[in-house]
Design a protein around this ligand. Sequence first.
Ligand SMILES: Cc1cc2nc3c(=O)[nH]c(=O)nc-3n(C[C@H](O)[C@H](O)[C@H](O)COP(=O)(O)OP(=O)(O)OC[C@H]3O[C@@H](n4cnc5c(N)ncnc54)[C@H](O)[C@@H]3O)c2cc1C
Length: 415
Amino acid sequence: MKNIAIVGGGIVGLCSAYYLNKAGHHITIFDDGNLDDTCSIGNAGMVVPSHIIPLASPGMIAKGFRWMFNSKSPFYVKPRLNGDLIKWGMKFYTHANKQHVEKSIPVLKDISVLSKSLYQQLATENQFDFGYQERGLMMLYQNSETEKEEIEAAHLSNKHGVEAQILSLAEIQKLEPEVKVSAKGGVYFPGDAHLIPQLLVKNLIQYLRQQGVIIKSQSRVDDFVVNGNVVERVRVSNDLISFDEVVIATGAWSGVFCSKLGIDLPMQSGKGYSFTLNDMKKNIRVPSILIEGRVAVTPMGNSLRFGGTMEIIGTDRSISMNRVKGIVETIPAFYPEMKVEVPAPQHIWSGLRPCSPDGLPYIGRSTKFNNVIIATGHSMMGLSLGPATGKLVSEIINERPLSMKLDALNPERFN
Ligand SMILES: Cc1cc2nc3c(=O)[nH]c(=O)nc-3n(C[C@H](O)[C@H](O)[C@H](O)COP(=O)(O)OP(=O)(O)OC[C@H]3O[C@@H](n4cnc5c(N)ncnc54)[C@H](O)[C@@H]3O)c2cc1C
């Protein structure tokens, strides 16, 4: 049995604790907040084995430039003379090609399939509820250019064994009996699922505490005591605490955090927003992405959450009302009978996605330190990939055969 520190209490830290605790280790999670406002709380709750194409893909650069000059667009990079951003951007640029996509697809598919099967286990073991539903995911589009791209993506998915069905509006409407949909068409991924992230996090925390996991909120890990290639202690406020292993699951802050250990982990945060409508009389059934606006729509019980936007502007979580307006203005084109007002700022949530430049997570043991494991960089898929990441972290620490190959996810792949 080992004494393990997990730094970061988002979904990745919590899932790592879940599997490490099951394996009999003694776990302490440190989080600098209260674990109730991480990126893992207000996200769109989608579990997406359909997302086999990484963010760094052909076409993203051109689209990104087009969106840059529209204050309501779903994507923005704040131009600034920041060395980390420039290096990250260069790496993103060199990976946004067909070869990288082809290489990444099997990796993303393996980890997504593993993660979904673990969510199924969590849901059926009935230890805690998190509103898990398997109703698939719909990609809805309005124009011919998007239709062409989505149909190509659907063919690619089917080629790689991820089922994608191209649907007419009438077929979409059949799947959505309560809410009128307007779209040129859509692609339906029946293998996707969704859940209520804030319920998952709350109940997982409660379950972990019952199992003896120590969760320390308002506890920022700000330094380490290093001896050769071992991190002997972590510093939290004025306390220096010894651990056998340290898991770094610090989300968007992981680049800065790893730099304290001299580990180069290219990372930018991708800010997104969400807001939730409650007491929906008529709700959508199938989580959907309104492609032209890049808006994610997820039913959560009788609530409905809208999420979107990717702003690469540092770790500032303030709200840009123009971007939120962009999300709201997308809605009527797809759901013409749904009346949605721009929410007041206090009802808007923002979160920072931890984005690696090649669109793949970082999961693995550091080569610089024998007892440091890095688990982050999941970008738009951290909720989806949380359980698989946690399981892989526990397999690494337990020195068990891995559920999948981790070469492509090596945290030091950019060194
Ligand atoms: C609008 C939006 C919609 C999204 N929708 C989806 C979706 O539908 N499906 C999906 O899979 N993903 C989605 N995501 C992405 C997903 O939410 C993230 O990938 C995921 O939450 C990242 O989890 P994490 O545990 O790595 O980081 P976080 O949840 O950010 O947790 C990291 C924690 O570490 C803490 N920390 C940092 N530094 C320190 C330190 N030095 N000491 C102690 N604690 C520290 C932070 O404060 C934070 O609490 C969405 C994101 C956004 C913004």
